[in-house]
Design a protein around this ligand. Structure first.
Ligand code: ADP
Length: 166
C-alpha cells in the first residue's frame, strides 16, 4: 500500500522552513498532501486560494506532492483522503510541548493515524510565518526566507518597504 502523509499548516505564507520539510517528507513518503488550513478564528494575510496556489507553484518540481485546502479536524481530513500519517516539523523545545499535546489529542481521536516529526534544519529553525510578517511590517527584507513567488505576493500585499529607496 502506498504510504500517504498529510502535512497540515496555515502557510501564511509558505517559507523555506516549510519547503525543507516538504522536500524531505516527500522522500520519506510515496505521496505527500500539503493541507492548507481554513481557520475562521485566524485572519491570515493571504487568502486560502493564494496560499494554495503559492504552495502548488513551489512544490511542482517534487512530483509526489499535492496541495489541498482543508477545514475542520485534521484527523478527519487524513481519513477522508485515505492517508495514514501526519507529518509535522519541529523547530524548538517550545514547539515540542505544543506538538506533543496535539499528537496525543490526535492519537486519542484516531489511534490508527500516526504523527511523524522531522527536525527543522538548523538554518531554518528560527523561521515562522508570524515572525516573517512582523519583519515585513517593519520594512525588513524577506528575500532570504521566502521562495520567490511568496516574496512577490507578500510585497504586493504589504506594500512598499518603508525607508527603502527604489
Ligand atoms: P500552524 O502553526 O498554523 O500549524 P504553520 O504554517 O506555522 O502552521 O506550520 C505548519 C507546520 O510546519 C508545523 O508542523 C510547524 O511546526 C512546521 N514548521 C513551521 N515553521 C517551520 C520551520 N521553520 N522549520 C520546520 N518546520 C516548520
Amino acid at each position: 500500500m502506498p504510504r500517504v502523509a498529510v502535512y497540515t499548516g496555515t502557510f501564511d505564507p509558505v517559507h523555506l522552513g516549510h519547503l525543507d520539510i516538504i522536500e524531505r517528507g516527500c522522500r520519506v513518503f510515496d505521496r505527500l498532501v500539503v493541507a492548507v488550513g481554513i481557520n475562521p478564528d485566524k485572519s491570515p494575510l493571504l487568502t486560502v486560494d493564494e496560499r494554495v496556489s503559492l504552495l502548488r507553484e513551489v512544490t511542482a518540481p517534487f512530483g509526489n506532492v499535492e496541495v489541498m485546502p482543508f477545514s475542520g479536524l485534521a484527523v478527519h481530513f487524513v481519513r477522508e483522503i485515505n492517508a495514514t500519517c501526519m507529518l509535522r516539523g519541529l523547530r524548538t523545545t517550545s514547539d515540542m510541548e505544543y506538538e506533543f499535546t496535539m499528537s496525543l489529542a490526535n492519537m486519542t481521536l484516531d489511534s490508527e493515524i500516526e504523527t511523524v516529526f522531522l527536525m527543522a534544519k538548523d538554518i531554518y529553525s528560527h523561521l515562522s510565518s508570524s515572525l516573517l510578517k512582523q519583519i515585513a511590517s517593519f520594512g525588513g527584507d524577506l528575500a532570504k526566507f521566502l521562495p520567490v513567488p511568496a516574496l512577490e505576493l507578500v510585497r504586493t500585499k504589504m506594500g512598499p518597504r518603508p525607508g527603502k529607496k527604489t
